[in-house]
Design a protein around this ligand. Structure first.
Ligand code: GDP
Length: 444
């Protein structure tokens, strides 16, 4: 999980402040010291940390935070706002050409995730805009690179233009662009060669491709796990190619966060997307404000809601709400809801987006094994249709029968039914506008 250490340290610093009945100048200094150390330890660029702490301190002084109500809360807000600003404030969309095709050139060091990201991006464009992208395979140094791009492309049904490894990459790009024009592709995504380090020869080649293709977007792909190296790489590529944006990959790993927080401040170029896994769906638009709340452990409710909207069947959800309201939510509805939640991705990932959950110690003890879902389903499948529609008829002898039928222990059957009833009760409160049930659940 990304940012774990940082989130924990920042939360601790804020928590300490929150517990004080009155915050003094010295308390504020101490908090700023802790924030500074936390950021440095997360591998945030030294100069960026210095500027950050200075701004937060000035804002806190300017707003006369210490004299106002809830100084701790105000400081959290200032830190949150500054983190957001440091990462670019709002999401930066892809540049688009006025006439097709829009040309996107992918650059980056070997292993950063360039080819994978090219694939994710093409899939994203297909899904969001119904786009018809064409890949150009311009990495001629590793024969495997072309095969890899072809495999990625086949999995998302996108064509690849390639001329093997014996042709000059600039010529490949020239011919590929012709093909895209002929075929009316609206996007061209050029997969270029990477090296282990920035070298002159590579940069010269990329500069020639840039000159010829006049890309609307030069996306640099960097590996978040490499911390400050990612920042240096970004600066190096930007000096030579004047990149237009960055994709930060491997944010699903346990990166400390330095790259995410420094790249914009150091290069002035926006992070446009983040990669959060190896699958073609694991690409997200980078929202600085959401990332800031995630770093502060305040959750990322917006992304959670979006994922829910993408995956939830609206009609079914409305029906379920209506049923909860009239208290007729039954085990069949429960099964439907479970199926929809499963579609949203691993439960741990979802929970961690909820406020206060990212580093919640209680989470560490929760067993979110997908097998548990399968067990719950097995129990429900063992019910008669009548039982499924009438959750209140589950008496002890029926429960014993369910345990035998599903092969699960009786305690598990009891627990499931109890949880189901609690959920029903809570949902009824929520749908009837009484939110206290939800607040209790969230520890509010
Ligand atoms: P390239 O050399 O820059 O083209 O890098 P590749 O696209 O071949 O990726 C290198 C490795 O990183 C592959 O194993 C990818 O599956 C993996 N990878 C790429 N992006 C991500 C990501 O966001 N998360 C994770 N966990 N792995 C990634």
């Amino acid at each position: 999980m990304a940012f774990e250490g940082l989130t924990e340290r920042l939360q601790k610093a804020m928590e300490k402040l929150r517990r004080k009945p009155k915050v003094t100048e010295a308390d504020l200094r101490e908090t700023m010291r802790e924030i500074r150390l936390a950021l440095l330890e997360a591998d945030v660029n030294f100069k960026v940390v210095k500027d950050f702490v200075k701004t937060v301190r000035e804002k806190a002084a300017g707003a006369e935070v210490l004299k106002g109500l809830n100084p701790a809360q105000q400081i959290v807000k200032i830190v949150n706002d500054e983190l957001t600003e440091m990462m670019g404030e709002t999401a930066t969309p892809l540049n688009k050409s006025a006439h097709i095709p829009t040309v996107i050139m992918m650059v980056g060091l070997q292993g950063a995730g360039k080819t994978t990201t090219a694939g994710k991006l093409a899939k994203h464009l297909k899904k969001e805009e119904n786009a018809r992208p064409l890949f150009i395979a311009a990495d001629v140094y590793r024969p495997a690179a072309i095969t890899q791009l072809q495999q990625v492309a086949a999995s998302i049904d996108v064509p690849v233009f390639e001329m093997g490894t014996d042709v000059d990459p600039v010529e490949i790009v020239r011919q590929g662009m012709e093909v895209a024009k002929e075929k009316h592709n609206d996007y061209v995504i050029i997969d270029t060669a990477g090296r282990l380090q920035i070298d002159e020869q590579l940069m010269e080649e990329l500069a020639k491709i840039k000159e010829l293709a006049k890309p609307d977007e030069i996306l640099l792909v960097v590996d978040a796990m490499t911390g400050q190296n990612a920042v240096n790489t970004a600066q190096g590529f930007d000096d030579q190619l004047d990149i237009t944006g960055v994709v930060l990959t491997k944010l699903d790993g346990d990166t400390r966060g330095g790259a995410a927080m420094s790249i914009r401040a150091v290069t002035g170029k926006p992070i446009k997307f983040v990669g959060e896994g190896e699958k073609m769906d694991n690409l997200d638009v980078f929202h600085p404000d959401r990332m800031a709340s995630r770093i502060l452990g305040m959750g990322d409710m917006m992304t959670l809601i979006e994922k829910a909207q993408e995956n939830f069947d609206q009609e079914q959800a409305t029906q379920a709400m209506a049923k909860m309201k009239e208290n007729s939510f039954d085990f069949n509805d429960f099964l439907d809801q479970m199926d929809q939640i499963t579609k949203m991705g691993p439960l741990e990932d979802l929970l961690k987006m909820m406020p206060g959950m990212a580093n919640n110690p209680a989470l560490q003890n929760i067993n979110l094994d997908p097998k548990q879902f399968a067990h719950i389903k097995a129990i429900i499948y063992s019910m008669t249709p009548e039982e499924r529609e009438n959750p209140d008829m589950m008496n002890p002898s029926r429960r014993r029968r369910l345990a035998a039928g599903s092969g699960r222990p009786i305690v598990e059957v009891n627990r499931m039914i109890k949880q189901f009833n609690q959920m029903r009760k809570m949902m009824r409160q929520v749908t009837n506008g009484n939110l206290s049930g939800m607040e209790n659940l969230m520890g509010g």
